[in-house]
Write a protein that binds this ligand. Structure first.
Ligand code: ARG
Length: 468
């Protein structure tokens, strides 16, 4: 019979036992569960609810169980129901009657929440540290390619010349926001639900401030009923994960394109590709494709929990047990995807010779000419129209804008000749885009420097956050 079986005459049906059990997945929380119990019993002793000797026996028993689970010596079964029952029942087996005092002034409703938050706080730190490593790789690449010219696209059409360093710094901003979001989520979830008990608090003289402090939370949650029925911290994390995976997926899509025979902008390292079972020549960008694909499952994890939560009345409902698998899946998927992308990027060769072959196509410097004419006093709308007509002539003659003769140009507009176009080499075009946030190498240098400073500050925050 289960530990809660006092009012029951029959045991659970086997299929009920199986359907009800979360031990299959929440066993992952054993460390957090034991940490929570140790803090709880420490507080109970400090409040005179259990004796110091009882506290010590319980803590020792819990550490023995932790060690056994760690070594893989504990075989969990559906009879264990969940990690909370699994630990508590083994504690009672291990130390006898005194073990039955541990569950004083708490409930699994607050226990599972303290476990979930402790787990997620740690995982967020790990994901932050992976993202920080990724950002470092991006900064390194950005500095390396600060003045290397590539094609800037809109609508997957050649648009304007940009530097590769500028592209890297665009992605840097996305992952920077992902990290900021995680820090924000971390701050809001830093409240301890332990001691909320089933839903209404307890008649026993507990000290929730103490357990919160012992577990490294900044404070206890304010309202017991909200504490046991709130899953916002998981939802916020899942939203962050969905956005973070979307960012990785967008870059993964670019990697797949860049890696195609048509583009050939990059060569991904062999160790980050796979082959075909039938086509001997194939080397496929599977990691990029899988990251793109796995973005879908993380969206699914978010939608699943949002859907579980909608329509659940206060306070705890068993529906909430469904909060864990998706959360674990999103944590694992996001963490691995960042690690893999970072390593893949580090080892990818950017083929400037191949990129160079594309630079003469698509009139990348057209806007620059229009801007130059505008500076010469021709209203921009008119300049735009003049350059549009230049492009038409180029298409007819099958040439580049820089190949147009004075005669061609005067035929389009009497005010324009070759000298009026200014320096329209792509290097000059890129160098001139010095507006704040623009693609000029000097401006990319500024962005890199600002990025470096931000990352150094953040690493300090994460490190000191971890230390406390
Ligand atoms: N395994 C449960 C969960 O994860 C723990 C809480 C159970 N509470 C209850 N009243 N049945 O949600």
């Amino acid at each position: 019979m289960a530990l809660w079986g006092g009012r029951f005459e029959k045991d659970m049906d086997e299929i009920v036992k199986k359907f009800n059990a979360s031990i299959g997945f929440d066993q992952r929380l054993y460390n957090e569960d034991i940490d929570g119990s140790i803090a709880h019993v420490t507080m109970l002793a400090a409040q005179g609810i259990v004796t110091a000797d009882e506290r010590d026996q319980i803590i020792q028993g819990l550490e023995t169980i932790r060690e056994r689970i760690r070594k893989g010596e504990v075989q969990f079964t559906p009879d264990d129901e969940d990690i909370h029952m699994a630990v508590e029942s083994r504690l009672i087996q291990e130390i006898g009657e005194v073990g039955k005092k541990l569950h004083t002034a708490r409930s699994r409703n607050d226990q599972c929440q303290v476990d979930g938050r402790l787990y997620l706080k740690k995982q967020i730190q790990e994901i932050l540290s992976e993202l920080a490593g990724f950002e470092e790789v991006i900064l390194k690449k950005a500095a390396q390619y600060r003045d290397q010219i590539t094609v800037g696209f809109t609508h997957i059409q050649h648009a304007q010349p940009i530097t590769l360093g500028f592209v890297f710094m665009a992605y840097f901003q996305m992952f920077r926001r992902d990290m900021d979001r995680l820090l924000d989520c971390l701050e809001r979830m830093d409240l301890c639900p332990l001691g909320a008990c089933a839903l209404a608090g307890t008649t026993l003289p507990i000290d929730r401030q103490k357990t919160a402090a012992l577990l490294g939370f900044s404070a206890p949650t304010e309202n017991a009923m909200d504490s046991v029925s709130d899953r916002d911290y998981a939802l916020e994390f899942l939203s962050d994960a969905a956005i973070g995976m979307m960012h990785l997926s967008r870059w993964a899509e670019e990697f797949v394109w860049w890696n195609s025979t048509e583009f050939s902008y990059i060569a991904i390292d062999d160790s980050y590709c796979t082959g075909s079972s039938i086509m001997p020549q194939k080397k496929n960008p599977d990691m990029a494709e899988l990251i793109r694909g796995k973005c879908g499952r993380v969206y699914g994890d978010l939608m699943q929990l949002l859907t579980v939560m909608k329509g659940t009345p206060l306070a705890y409902n068993k529906d909430f047990q469904e909060d864990k698998e998706g959360l674990f899946d999103a944590v694992d998927t996001w963490k691995d995807a960042v690690t893999i992308f970072s390593k893949m990027l580090e080892k990818t060769e950017f083929r400037m010779d191949q990129i160079g072959k594309q630079l003469g196509k698509g009139f990348l410097n057209a806007t620059d000419i229009a801007e130059h004419l505008a500076m010469e006093g021709i209203p921009f709308r008119e300049a735009h129209n003049i350059v549009g007509r230049m492009v038409k002539v180029c298409e007819r003659k099958d040439c580049q804008l820089e190949d147009l003769t004075d005669e061609d140009l005067r035929g389009i507009d009497p005010r324009v000749d070759r000298a009026a176009l200014g320096d329209i080499s792509l290097a000059a075009c890129v160098d001139a885009r010095t507006s704040f946030g623009g693609t000029a190498p000097a401006e990319v240098d500024r962005q890199i420097e600002a990025g470096r400073r931000w990352l150094a500050d953040l690493e300090e925050t994460v490190r000191t956050g971890q230390a406390k």
